[in-house]
Design a protein around this ligand. Structure first.
Ligand SMILES: [Zn+2]
Length: 406
């Protein structure tokens, strides 16, 4: 089944991208890196500690299981990676996966709340939800009441936004009109951003869920994310994927939704935030597309004429050793030379032959001689490249079709 245009797609090892199969660029689907692919990659200082504490807590709560595991031998997992579940290795795997499972749960919770909020904006009534999500939706509903918001306040709702110039895309939770005269809270937010309460501001909004009670917390990457959306000149209508110009925005805020309440926080989205986002985006793209190969063996191929010289050098060294043991001097007809068709041997005893640099057309044709030549002679046989070698010319650089799972 063909993907819808600009559908977010998780590419293994490359994170989330928006791909448009209908638009081919250089023979490949037009692609945009997802804004959250970039902001999620930022090092969140608190995360390792949180993950470690969670795993240790889980271990303490399950001490008998740990003690039982220590009395067993590690099992051999089946081809699908399934183990016995009770040996030390299996218990370690289970407990160390705590933070990943928690993150998945949080992600799921976030998308369920987004879906329910979006439902209200589109249909004007609140959905009945999973009891686990309901407290979050109640808090979100409180937010809309406190700020005098109705579904009509939403100019854009869960819209895909695009920046073709910089090659990224994202899904903005909302572009919302906040009317300063609507409520006291709305007036405060408008005054915080515009310095004057008696206005209506058109703001980019992002909703974040947080499980921890009575503990609102905001992170710098939230500002980067909102600024990235604000700098998208285009938004897409999901009904027909038509493109429309993004409305002019006055600023941005995050609404953090917890089971016990919510908190609204404006974000600074000036040119410094924009510059920082672009830097992170370029750094992250380099990491994904060029990073691994920047220290890869295949990134530094030898010219064809020199292929196999390493193996040849090893063979020569071995043969020399054998010859020395047999007290023989290597000659042109000796087994040493016969075993080494490649011209690599640093042969001190043989004077350098004055041969013209050979035009080696094919790699297999290069080592035609069976004599042992000097390094200088061998190197002279390697023709200069027709074009300078750049990493862009290397095979497999960047994101290619084989990385995309359809
Ligand atoms: Zn096991």
């Amino acid at each position: 089944m063909a993907n819808k245009p600009y559908t977010p797609t998780d590419i293994p090892g490359h994170g989330r991208w928006y791909l448009h199969e209908g638009n081919l660029v250089d023979g490949e689907p037009e692609r945009f890196i997802s804004v959250t692919n970039i902001t999620d990659s930022l090092n969140k200082m608190g995360l390792p500690l949180w993950a470690a504490q969670g795993a240790v807590r889980l271990a303490l709560e399950n001490l008998p299981q740990l003690i039982r595991a220590m009395r067993r031998r590690p099992c051999t997992p089946d081809p699908n990676g399934r183990g016995c579940g009770v040996c030390p290795n299996c218990v370690l795997r289970e407990m160390s996966g705590w933070s990943r499972r928690e993150s998945e749960k949080a992600k799921q919770r976030g998308s369920e709340l987004h879906e329910a909020a979006s439902w209200w904006v589109l249909h004007g009534h609140w959905k009945i939800l999973d009891p686990k999500i309901q407290p979050y939706l109640d808090s979100f509903r409180q937010f809309t009441e406190d700020y005098g918001l109705t579904p009509d306040s939403w100019e854009l709702n869960e819209a895909v936004v695009l920046n073709r110039e910089h090659g990224y895309a994202g899904t903005i939770d909302g572009v919302v009109n906040i009317q300063g005269s609507a409520t006291w809270q709305a007036a405060q937010l408008v005054a915080q951003i515009a310095g004057w309460p008696n206005r209506t501001l058109r703001l980019a909004m992002d909703t974040k869920t947080r499980e921890k009670l009575d503990d609102p917390r905001f992170y710098p990457e939230m500002a980067l994310q909102l600024k990235a959306y604000m700098e998208c000149p285009t938004w897409l209508d999901r009904t027909d994927w038509s493109e429309h110009p993004m409305p002019t925005l006055d600023g941005a805020f995050v609404v953090q939704v917890r089971p016990d309440g919510y908190k609204v926080q404006p974000a600074i989205t000036d040119e410094h935030t924009w510059a920082a986002f672009l830097h992170y985006m370029h750094a992250h793209r380099w990491m994904l597309e060029r990073g691994p190969r920047s220290v890869g063996v295949k990134s530094f191929p030898l010219p064809d004429e020199m292929q196999g010289t390493k193996a040849a050098a090893t063979r020569v060294a071995r043969a020399k050793k054998a010859a020395a043991l047999a007290q023989e001097t290597p000659t042109e007809a000796s087994p040493v030379a016969a075993a080494t068709p490649e011209p690599t041997t640093p042969a001190r005893r043989t004077p350098a032959r004055k041969t013209a640099p050979r035009k080696a057309a094919k790699p297999t044709a290069a080592p035609a001689t069976t004599t042992t030549r000097s390094i200088e002679d061998s190197l002279r046989a390697v023709p200069p490249p027709e074009a300078p070698l750049t990493h862009d010319r290397l095979p497999g650089m960047g994101l290619h079709d084989e990385d995309i799972p359809f």
